[in-house]
Design a protein around this ligand. Structure first.
Ligand SMILES: Cc1cc2nc3c(=O)[nH]c(=O)nc-3n(C[C@H](O)[C@H](O)[C@H](O)COP(=O)(O)OP(=O)(O)OC[C@H]3O[C@@H](n4cnc5c(N)ncnc54)[C@H](O)[C@@H]3O)c2cc1C
Length: 442
């Protein structure tokens, strides 16, 4: 038996009893499921039971349509109950340069302006529907991982303020500790509008609202075939066929070959998170004194936040491999976390989980109609607020409410690339390459 250094033993212990499911499922456990008999015919069938699907269903069911939401997995299987619960306009995720080159400054500014409203939109939705999901307008601190990133952030912020009037300011390196207990960063930008929520509770709340409005939710009902007919669509599912007047595709990172046209336009990427054990209040106060949402500017970006009860740190980033590997992801993310917060080197990791997000070739989310199918997807890893807004707008589009359904994102070309089939086999290698570049500091 080879001798192990005592430090290895400590590292092993921090993973003792690791729960390989989302921390969120502790307070919002996945519900007991009964499988309803599927109706033979509905006005609208929605494929995918995450935030996009539920928000679309809410508008349609409240307008009196008969609605069936088909979910391939269990209730809340997809990214919607696995994310960080961070809300914001997500400017840095938008391909602002590309959008400006293609659609001009006016349209790009309209997109940025509309994005600023996403957090208020979620706040109003939770208030209107009485959804208790720990919504909190915390603000966000985006940390600069390099000096050059700080300078770029300052230039980007000028454009953002110019376009939207958003309240935000640069925090220089000397003041970083006002925001975060780390010496790793060269300053950063503080946004006031951003917030956070508990995604498990939010999903539960939306599901309750949708059901109260009369929609049916069918877990374990994967849609396997869509055929157009004179009434709309004949939809085959693993649990029977349904005729639907309209169909909405809300499958984001989990989009399959049944909707090949959409699959070819999305790059599914695995994002992973860990949760620490509860920390001592003084430590929590030192590491996250302002209790904001946090992200940094590494190529393989990390994002972190306090749990809603303020006791733990939840830390996320890209997963390296293809499949769900909670053990390996926990080790990788812990390393990234210690790079930011070395003080956590003896802290136990209690949960590790992952899910799929969907990137697009133009870095913008998309919604609209293609070949008779309505869709909302491609949130590029920032989909909590975006999917809520897009799903709601999609519902109005399907009702024919032109004014209420209009968005600044309408009619953006939804592009693919030659030979791309929807399997980004090159992604794990790309993530490893970006990690190396981050380490080398280019
Ligand atoms: C680890 C992680 C952290 C994240 N953190 C954040 C964050 O902090 N802030 C943020 O804004 N965003 C974050 N995101 C992204 C966000 O979670 C997603 O963008 C958002 O949840 C997308 O919602 P959705 O409803 O479109 O898709 P999903 O919630 O993924 O739902 C799609 C559903 O479609 C179902 N489906 C697929 N094909 C079929 C079929 N043929 N038939 C029936 N059902 C089907 C799937 O089973 C799945 O449940 C994160 C994601 C992950 C994975």
């Amino acid at each position: 038996m080879p001798q192990r250094h005592y430090r290895d033993l400590i590292v092993t212990d921090v993973f003792a009893g690791l729960n390989k499911y989302p921390y969120w499922w502790e307070a919002a456990p996945r519900p007991e499921e009964t499988l309803p008999e599927l109706p033979g015919e509905v006005d609208v069938l929605i494929v995918g039971g995450g935030f996009s699907g539920l928000c679309t269903a809410r508008v349609l069911a409240q307008a009196g349509k008969s609605v069936l939401v088909c979910e391939a997995g269990f209730t809340g299987y997809g990214a919607s109950t696995r994310n960080g619960g961070m809300l914001g306009p997500s400017f840095h995720k938008l391909g602002v340069k590309g959008l400006t080159a293609r659609y001009g400054i006016e349209r790009t500014h309209a997109i940025l302006k509309q994005s600023v409203g996403f957090v208020d939109f979620v706040k109003e939705l939770t208030e209107t529907e009485d959804i208790d999901c720990d919504f909190h307008r915390s603000g966000r601190f985006r940390c600069a991982s390099r000096r050059s990133h700080y300078e770029q952030m300052a230039r980007d912020l000028e454009i953002q303020i110019d376009a939207t009037g958003i309240e935000a300011e640069m925090i220089p390196a000397a003041r970083v500790r006002e925001e975060i207990g780390s010496d790793r960063f060269y300053g950063g930008v503080r946004y006031h509008i951003d917030g956070g929520l508990h995604p498990g509770k939010y999903h539960d709340g939306l599901l309750r609202v949708v059901r109260e409005a009369g929609a049916q939710f069918a877990p374990h009902s994967e849609v396997t075939r869509l055929q157009r007919n004179s009434n709309g669509f004949r939809v085959s599912t693993l649990r029977g066929d349904v005729t639907a007047g309209q169909v909405a595709i809300c499958t984001n990172g989990y989009t399959r070959n049944v909707t090949r046209w959409f699959r070819r336009r999305l790059l599914p990427i695995r994002s992973a998170m860990i949760a620490t054990e509860p920390l001592a209040p003084e430590l929590m106060q030192r590491l996250m004194p302002t209790r904001r949402m946090y992200g940094d500017s590494r190529r393989v970006m990390a994002y972190y936040r306090p749990s809603p009860d303020g006791q733990r740190i939840l830390f996320g980033g890209r997963a390296a491999g293809h499949g769900d590997r909670p053990g390996k992801n926990a080790q990788d993310l812990r390393k990234m976390m210690l790079d930011v917060f070395p003080e956590l080197d003896q802290t136990r990791i209690t949960h590790s989980w992952s899910g799929l997000v969907a990137y697009t070739f133009d870095h913008a989310p998309h919604l609209g109609e293609h070949d008779g199918l309505f869709y909302a997807m491609g949130y590029c890893g920032s989909g909590v607020a975006r999917s809520s807004f897009f799903g709601t707008k999609l519902g109005h589009k399907m009702l024919g409410n032109e004014e209420e359904g209009r968005t600044a994102f309408d009619d953006l070309a939804f592009e693919t690339r030659p030979l791309y089939t929807g399997n980004p086999w090159f992604m794990p290698a790309l993530v490893r390459w970006h990690r190396l570049v981050d380490r080398l500091g280019f």
